[in-house]
Design a protein around this ligand. Sequence first.
Ligand SMILES: [Zn+2]
Length: 265
Amino acid sequence: MPEWPDVEIFKQYLDATSLHQKIRTVTVRSQKILKDTSAGRLRQALQGRSFESCTHYGKYLFGEVGARERLVIHFGMTGSLKYSQQDSRNGPHDRVVFAFDNGYKLAYVCQRLFGRIGLVTSVDDFLASRGQGPDAMSIDIGRFRRIFEKARGNVKSTLMNQKTIAGIGNIYSDEILFQAGINPGASCDKLADADVKQLYHNMKKVLKRAVERRADLHKLPQSYLVAHRNKGETCPRCHSKIRTRKIGGRTAFYCPNCQKYPHGR
Ligand SMILES: [Zn+2]
């Protein structure tokens, strides 16, 4: 599922391929992808205009297309973008296709149809209406600390909750907790200030490193948990067997030896 680093790479991809090019047609190949808009409305808003800039917040991407409106994209479980020549065949999972005047097209590809595309007039209002917490990469340590002072429940679910911090999902929460040496099942109210700082610095470090590696999980260092996130593998630090556990409906991978339960403030 696309998380903060993946969406950042999609932003960079859209920036590099599709900015400032006149959109000739918008073809909606699957209505299910549209959220609070229609194919006609999308065509009206986009055709004849260009993506002027693109911004990224949490798991959302916003393409500015005019003074008033922005295209909003959520990538769901399997969403991505693909830029290609217009005469190349549409893929079976190309759901919305933006064709430009230059002979190229940008396809929003989404195999499992959990992604969504819509139009928004105000990014801030949209994020507020979705209850989105602060963006994982923009949040400062003060706000992060205040979130964890108030948070209850386990630390992994808190990191993955988009209403608490926007952008982190199952894979990167596991990696951040591994790097921070904190068990995913640890209670937030047991974290000492030093643990919260560890969490914060490792969140930034992991997300930054993932973007540097183009969000390609296979290119992350071997010292990362993600390279060993399979059943039966061992921890890259201590060689203990990696364990799994269901937390918040997702499977957490962790090292029971390297990742501790903090004992409180
Ligand atoms: Zn270990």
